[in-house]
Design a protein around this ligand. Structure first.
Ligand code: KG4
Ligand code: ZN
Length: 367
């Protein structure tokens, strides 16, 4: 065990715990004091996909129980793989929200209990802040930057001026983009989880065979809307299926048209946000940022504007403990330690001065 390794002594070492949705995750991350470089010593993620598949979406009760069942052994694995014991840690970080409250409670209580038992500082992390800072773990990216946060429960554009300093530029007025991917997958009979399945079959489809609406594109502001798009996919899919089942070719063509349309919407809204924020890099984060077609579209947008796109590796886009540990390190360095009575929060906006949009973020399985 790496108790007093001289290398670790001059670095910050933090354990991060993530349980806000359907991934149970634990990770040990370090930050080198001299170079500022982040390193992932371990990153263990247990997906609950198989537990939720029969229901076609995340069932909060099942998620919470699965977190309880697996979290202890996952933490032990993350510590063992990192070759660190508790005396080698500087702090413990756990997601305190937003998310499915039962799951959040499991990770938060575990993190607090470990911190109390080991006499370590505790860091209560906003899951959205963990996504927002994730690019800084492995990439050299300074504040400020524009963040496109696209996940199952959220679709937002923010200006990130520093840790805890977020200004919302735009948000969805109805569904999150990941939620739209999941619903389109369901409509096309692709099952759960939807995003990767839609991306897979879209590769074989013709994106121009069907034409879909592009809600909000070209409108003032930076807000998004996806519910009309999803309804249009449903109408076309029903038309193709008739009395039977949609053909593989039609499903692939619809998936490809949907993905291209999402690309158009994200590019248009992100361009508007970059115009508003001024010259600064674009960072993408969240599960939908794992989509390689959308990464390419945003990369092309940035290249056309002589801008820099920072896209974290896919394993840091979908939910994981490393981003929680990293947000913990960033907050720890600023002395932002939390009390052990910090509550779990089902809703926790990054910019609490921004007005909620009607219905935003309420509907998704992951919201
Ligand atoms: O960030 P995340 O893991 O969990 C939340 O905090 O919501 O994001 C999960 C979402 C799901 O809606 C999933 O379908 C979507 O990200 N997703 C994708 C891809 N991989 C995951 N969407 C499109 N393409 C992908 N390759
Ligand atoms: Zn997430």
């Amino acid at each position: 065990m790496n108790r007093q390794s001289p290398e670790l002594k001059q670095t910050k070492v933090v354990l991060g715990i993530e349980t806000s949705c359907d991934e149970t995750a634990a990770s040990v991350v370090t930050k080198d004091a001299a170079t500022g470089e982040g390193r992932i010593l371990s990153n263990v993620v247990l997906s609950q996909i198989e537990d939720h598949r029969p229901y076609g979406g995340v069932v909060p009760e099942i998620a919470a129980r699965a977190h309880i069942e697996h979290l202890d052994s996952l933490v032990a694995r993350a510590m063992a793989e990192a070759d660190v014991d508790f005396t080698g840690l500087d702090a413990i970080a756990a997601t305190a929200g937003p998310g499915l409250i039962g799951g959040v409670l499991v990770g938060l209580m575990t993190g607090k209990a470990l911190a109390a038992a080991q006499g370590l500082p505790f860091l209560a992390i906003n899951h959205l802040e963990a996504h927002a800072l994730s690019a800084r773990l492995l990439d050299d990216v300074d504040f400020p930057y524009v963040l496109l946060l696209v996940s199952g429960g959220h679709c937002q554009l923010l200006k990130v001026a520093g840790v805890g300093n977020y200004t919302r530029l735009g948000t969805t007025i109805d569904d999150a983009v990941g939620e739209a991917f999941d619903k389109v997958a369901k409509i096309l009979g692709l099952g759960y989880p939807g995003g990767p399945a839609v991306e897979r079959i879209a590769k074989t489809g013709n994106p121009t065979h069907f034409s879909l609406p592009r809600p909000m594109v070209g409108r003032p502001g930076c807000d998004f809307s996806f519910s009309g798009l999803k309804t249009a996919v449903k109408r076309l899919a029903d038309g193709c299926a008739g009395e039977g089942k949609i053909s593989e070719k039609d499903a692939a063509d619809l998936a490809a048209a949907f993905q291209v349309t999402v690309g158009d919407i994200l590019a248009d809204r992100t361009a508007a946000a970059m115009d508003r924020a001024g010259a600064m890099p674009l960072v993408i984060a969240g599960g939908v940022a794992a989509n390689s077609y959308l990464r390419e579209r945003l990369d092309a947008l940035c290249r056309a504007r002589n801008n820099r796109l920072i896209a974290p590796p896919v394993r840091l886009c979908t939910d994981n403990g490393a981003m929680v540990a990293w947000a913990g390190i960033e907050r720890f360095e600023l002395g932002l330690i939390d009390d052990l009575d910090t509550p779990a929060r089902a809703r926790w906006p990054l910019d609490d001065t921004a007005q909620p949009r009607l219905g935003a973020g309420h509907k998704g399985a992951k919201a």
